[in-house]
Design a protein around this ligand. Structure first.
Ligand code: UD1
Ligand code: CA
Length: 476
């Protein structure tokens, strides 16, 4: 095998105790993606021959995510012996015995690393013909990380964990990022010598550094240029901090692509979202999962879009939308709730206090105020009067409402599904429509109005209403 063949081992078997969570740590998310998913997405750029993920704690949950989202990664089970050293041992055992390339070890809880950082780590390792090269960084607050101990000549001698460090060692600010490249043969030879004689009773992978040095094998450390990319996530505070850094990176990326982000601190964009140039994002806006926002659209303020498509020059204000499609030049909001299956046509409108679900609303059609539209197909240039409701549920089943082109409904129309309104039909205010309305018909269902003259003066004499009525009458 060629010397530069690469195997990647992602450590994801730990319990993540400090998260205090039912969910395994590596399945917590930032930017819409699991921590281990970020690591695997970055790793995918390196063209490794083998990619393994070591699992143990809640292994079924982790394995299920991997099978679903990252099927190219091989799942390898760690046994009951704890520690990162053991994790790499089982990873090495799962590789072909004759694998003789480089082994890149990544931590499932270090999600912000970028492919370029790993590529330069690999390049430095190969250039130096080192037995091991680790990624290090200078952190203002190194608490919790392993510290890099260098000898008088400046070379790396060993790594000491926080819990095993003397006060003097703990004062060192150069940390081990938990990312290493090893020459496979050197790793195999010395891994078996790692013991559990430390504060945590675990097999520390970090002991490899001292062991290799002791065997006169060259060990190098590469300082990360981008310190934040080495952040490890051990607790919820670090999770939020990593999420913030990632978001900053994503927002910056889209700004450079021509997106106006008025307030980066309150704008959250997931990894999977795609935005076109001249999109404007107003404050307090979240663009989550695989949203696609077309050129010229304005999103926000106070808007959450999940898996939603927004067309060119559309405006979406103070809105919550999930799995919806909003056409070009359409306007949505304020205070609109678009549930899955909403498809709003070009130049359409969904206005204030409107909820939609499974609703196709045609080109130029408007649902401007206080409506519920569910399980409906609506044609072009339709106007639903304020508070028009599709009564789609009969207590047992859901039914569809079909509305033809150019239909106008009166305010407070209730469309009791299944029901059809033919093209150009109209409904009177307050109509309860239980039967199909033929094209061009007016549907009325409310009894004609009757005014009883003088009723107030007769029955409510002496009240403010009676007095006001009397004044109005005499002024006539
Ligand atoms: C580890 C390093 C530390 C480094 C830090 C960087 C060791 C002993 N220490 O510490 O020097 O500064 O990462 O973030 O390696 N894991 C397994 N199997 C296990 C234990 C852990 O796969 O038996 C996995 C975890 O799921 C995690 C990673 O290894 O993804 C690191 O484990 P963690 O317990 O978080 O180590 P740290 O204390 O952060
Ligand atoms: Ca960690």
């Amino acid at each position: 095998m060629s010397e530069n063949e690469l195997a990647i081992i992602v450590l994801a078997a730990g319990q993540g105790t400090r998260m205090r969570s039912r969910l395994p740590k590596v399945l917590h998310r930032i930017g819409g993606r699991t921590l281990v998913g970020h690591v695997l997405t970055t790793a995918a750029a390196l063209g490794a021959t083998y990619t393994e993920v070591i699992v143990r704690h809640e292994r079924d949950q982790v394995a299920a995510l991997l099978a679903d989202r990252y099927p190219d990664a091989e799942v390898v089970d760690q046994d009951e012996i704890p520690g990162t050293g053991r994790a790499v041992q089982v990873g090495m055992d799962a590789l072909p015995a004759d694998f003789d390339g480089d082994v890149l070890v990544l931590s499932g809880d270090v999600p912000l690393l970028q492919a370029e950082t790993l590529q330069s780590l690999l390049a430095a390792h190969r250039a130096a013909s080192a037995a091991a090269t680790l990624l290090s960084a200078h952190l203002d607050d190194p608490t919790g990380y392993g510290r890099v101990i260098r000898g008088a000549d400046g070379g790396v001698e060993r790594i000491v964990e926080q819990k095993d460090a003397t006060a003097e060692e703990a004062a060192i600010t150069e940390i081990n990022a938990g990312v290493y490249v090893f020459r496979a043969s050197a790793l195999r030879t010395h891994l078996a010598r790692i013991d559990q004689n430390n504060a945590q009773g675990e097999m520390y992978l970090t002991d490899m550094v001292g062991l290799l040095r002791g065997a006169s094998e060259p060990v190098a450390a590469e300082l990360a240029a981008d310190v934040a990319s080495t952040f490890g996530v051990n607790d919820r505070a670090q999770l939020a901090e990593a999420g913030r850094v990632l978001n900053q990176r994503i927002v910056r990326h889209w700004q450079r692509e021509g997106v106006t982000v008025v307030d980066p601190a309150t704008t959250w964009i997931d990894d999977d979202a795609t935005l076109a140039p001249d999109v404007t994002i107003l404050p307090n806006t979240q663009i989550l999962h695989a949203c696609v926002i077309a050129a010229g659209a304005t999103i926000g303020p106070d808007t959450t879009l999940v898996d939603t498509e927004v067309g060119e020059d559309a405006t979406v204000k103070r809105t919550d939308a999930n799995l919806a499609v909003i056409g070009a030049r359409a306007t949505v909001g304020p205070f609109s709730y678009l549930r899955p299956g909403t498809v709003l046509g070009e130049d359409g409108k969904i206005g204030a206090y409107v909820e939609t679900k499974n609703a196709e609303i045609g080109e130029g059609s408007k649902v401007p105020h206080l409506s519920y539209v569910g399980d409906a197909t609506i044609g072009r240039h339709v106007n639903l009067g304020a508070s028009t409701i599709t009564a789609n549920y009969d207590d047992v089943n859901k039914h569809r409402t079909e509305i033809g082109d150019e239909v106008h409904t009166g305010s407070h129309t209730v469309l009791v599904a299944p029901v059809r309104l033919g093209a150009g039909a109209k409904t009177g205010a307050g109509a309860v429509v239980r039967k199909d309305v033929p094209a061009g018909s007016l549907a009325m269902s409310v009894a004609p109005q009757r005014n009883i003259e003088g009723w107030v003066q007769k029955n409510r004499a002496g009240t403010g209403a009676a007095d006001a009525a009397a004044r109005a009458r005499s002024a006539e």
